[in-house]
Design a protein around this ligand. Structure first.
Ligand SMILES: N[C@@H](CCC(=O)N[C@@H](CS)C(=O)NCC(=O)O)C(=O)O
Length: 202
């Protein structure tokens, strides 16, 4: 299989991380978002939404959306519970990540680390996204103060989905000092055998 990705992407890192845990080899197609390489006619033919990560299977089928890719790859592994309710809880946290977490925390990180022009509109958006990002972190802190992982007592793809941008939230100016349970969980996920760093790119 082949992963189309930009090394800076936390959404791409989710996929690199599950592939590492599964011991699954893959080819890496490196794209540069800053050079609009996800908006070329060639790439848009593969993903009309113009975004990485994109998983290309050996038979040519294409799967975009990081959390859909996580779900596909984790099927049948210990990272996705079989129990119907636990399975739905994994999805619950992955939808939370895409609606309440990533649009706030990842977007600000991208703006601040890619030298994006900070127009007045964007300055105001950062303020709004900080409110939304900290609200998401509050929800996570509450859950993790009572639980070691998001679902059950072992790491699942819900943890991988939320770990990707939480552990680099400081790059977007989010201060995790007031979140001891999140910090402990970040260390727990990083200590899992088979863990790779966001900078570990093939
Ligand atoms: N919901 C998507 C978001 C993907 C996304 O926003 N990808 C960004 C990089 S993290 C991207 O490809 N941006 C390039 C562009 O918009 O042209 C996912 O989870 O995969």
């Amino acid at each position: 299989m082949r992963l189309h990705d930009d090394p800076c992407s936390g959404n791409g890192y989710k996929v690199r991380l599950i592939l590492a845990h599964l011991g699954q080899s893959f080819d890496y197609v490196r794209l540069d978002i800053d050079r609009a390489e996800t908006r070329t006619p060639e790439f848009l033919a593969k993903n009309p939404n113009g975004r990485i990560p994109l998983l290309e299977l050996d038979d040519g089928r294409l799967l975009p959306e990081s959390n859909a890719i996580l779900h596909y790859l984790a099927e049948g592994s210990r990272f996705l519970p079989v129990d119907r309710f636990a399975h739905a809880q994994v999805l619950q946290w992955m939808f939370f990540e895409q609606y309440s977490h990533e649009p706030n925390i990842a977007t600000v990180r991208f703006w601040l680390t890619h030298g994006v022009d900070m127009t007045p509109w964007r300055e105001e958006a950062v303020v709004q996204k900080r409110v939304g990002g900290y609200a998401a972190l509050d929800v996570m802190e509450g859950h993790l103060s009572l639980n070691r992982y998001f679902v059950g007592d072992a790491m699942t793809i819900a943890d991988i989905a939320l770990y990707a941008y939480t552990h680099v939230a400081h790059e977007g100016g989010f201060d995790l000092c007031g979140y001891p349970s999140i910090m402990a969980w970040v260390n727990r996920v990083a200590a899992e055998p088979g863990h790779v760093l966001i900078t570990d790119v093939p």
